[in-house]
Design a protein around this ligand. Structure first.
Ligand SMILES: Cc1cc2nc3c(=O)[nH]c(=O)nc-3n(C[C@H](O)[C@H](O)[C@H](O)COP(=O)(O)OP(=O)(O)OC[C@H]3O[C@@H](n4cnc5c(N)ncnc54)[C@H](O)[C@@H]3O)c2cc1C
Length: 342
């Protein structure tokens, strides 16, 4: 983990990817970061493996093989580390150092975003956060980060003279959940530190799941988005539907301009770029300014009264229908499916 000799070609970087298995399963961020690790290792012509904290992982380990994960090291964190980010950062840094990692890759979610600076500081590594992509460059990487919405990409170069801690934007990760062509024969090792690590001044006291009604739309899993095809009454119905489905509300720019929703809810070129698992577009024509913000959605379903609007060819499923008929029916169906208590 020390500097390389500038006269010699650097040895291949070893990529170590951190996955959070504390919930007992491999979530979308985990699948995305494994897919990304295999791609990054290929870019750097390196070996790669995963690292996780030991605990509730037994079932989740089965899920690593379809992503071609060659091996996973389970860190025996010991009592006290589970709720201490500082302790976890130290343990991960010690493990990364011992495993000879040149690049530590993490998803930029709450945990990954908190661990990354601690790791970089312990490893004296370069730190690039929330990357949206990278290209191989000679003996290193050109890393892209998004600034000012979707319009500007900032490039950073990493040349392998120090190790690298890299976090990937969750939006990019949810778009690249790609099972590998080859299932791996996963090798599992355990690792524990030679001495106890201090737990540091802060402690996780509670983990509160995000509220879809208030979560930033860039992190939303299920979205109901509304365009000018909805009148004021329709908009109230959409809000009810969103609540019943435990989904996040999005709007087009004209709907925002009408004052129906705050700026943070606007989706598109001027608004936010979203990547939900499911995007329901109601009364939205599908202008290029709006489509640019939803292209990373996994499944788009749209309803529009006009069969010729561009949202349809950009949807997985489209329904030509009048929202004035559809919305009350949809609300009734969801209520009866959930006992009206959703
Ligand atoms: C620089 C720039 C940036 C922009 N940025 C954004 C952005 O970030 N996000 C954004 O959304 N827009 C943005 N826009 C605006 C964009 O160009 C479109 O005007 C906008 O997306 C259209 O919104 P809409 O689909 O709600 O409205 P419309 O295009 O008016 O579409 C309304 C749709 O509702 C349908 N409809 C009507 N009645 C019913 C009914 N009863 N039932 C079912 N369907 C019905 C119609 O058939 C129509 O397709 C931007 C524009 C510019 C110039």
């Amino acid at each position: 983990m020390t500097g390389s000799n500038a006269q010699q070609k650097s040895p291949p970087a070893e990529v170590l990817v951190f996955i959070d298995l504390s919930s007992g399963e491999l979530d979308d961020a985990g699948k995305g970061i494994l897919s990304e690790a295999s791609r990054l290792a290929k870019t750097l012509d390196s070996a790669w493996s995963a690292v996780a904290f030991a605990g509730a992982e037994s079932d989740a380990l089965q899920e690593l093989a379809p992503y071609g994960t060659p091996g996973v090291t389970l860190i025996e964190a010991g009592p006290g580390a589970a709720d201490s980010i500082e302790a976890q950062g130290q343990l991960l840094a010690l493990a990364a150092d011992e495993l000879g990692a040149k690049v530590v890759l993490l998803p930029h979610n709450d945990l990954g975003g908190s661990l990354a600076p601690l790791l970089a500081s312990k490893l004296q590594a370069a730190l690039f956060t929330e990357a949206i992509g990278y290209d191989g460059e000679d003996d290193g990487l050109k890393i892209m980060r998004q600034v000012l919405g979707a319009q500007v990409a900032e490039s950073k170069l990493w040349d392998q003279s120090v190790s690298l801690v890299l976090t990937m934007n969750p939006r990019v990760l949810s778009a690249v959940v790609l099972p590998s062509m080859q299932r791996s024969e996963l090798k599992t090792n355990t690792w524990s530190p030679s001495a106890a690590v201090a737990s540091g001044p802060s402690r996780v006291v509670e983990r509160i799941p995000p509220d879809p009604q208030t979560v930033d739309v860039t992190e939303a899993e299920v979205m109901v988005s509304v365009g000018l095809g909805c009148n004021e009454q329709g908009f109230e119905q959409v809000k009810e539907l969103t609540r019943l489905l435990n989904a996040s509300l999005g709007v087009t720019r004209p709907v925002y301009d009408l004052g129906y929703a705050e700026f943070e809810r606007m989706v598109g070129q001027t608004g936010k770029t979203v990547a939900p698992r499911f995007y329901l577009a109601l009364g939205i024509s599908g202008s290029m300014h709006h489509l640019g913000g939803i292209k990373d959605s996994k499944k788009v379903v749209s309803v529009n009264i006009d069969s010729k609007v561009p949202i349809f060819p950009n949807s997985d499923e489209g329904f030509v229908a009048d929202l004035r008929d559809v919305l009350p029916l949809l609300i009734e169906r969801v209520k009866s499916a959930t006992g009206g208590t959703a």
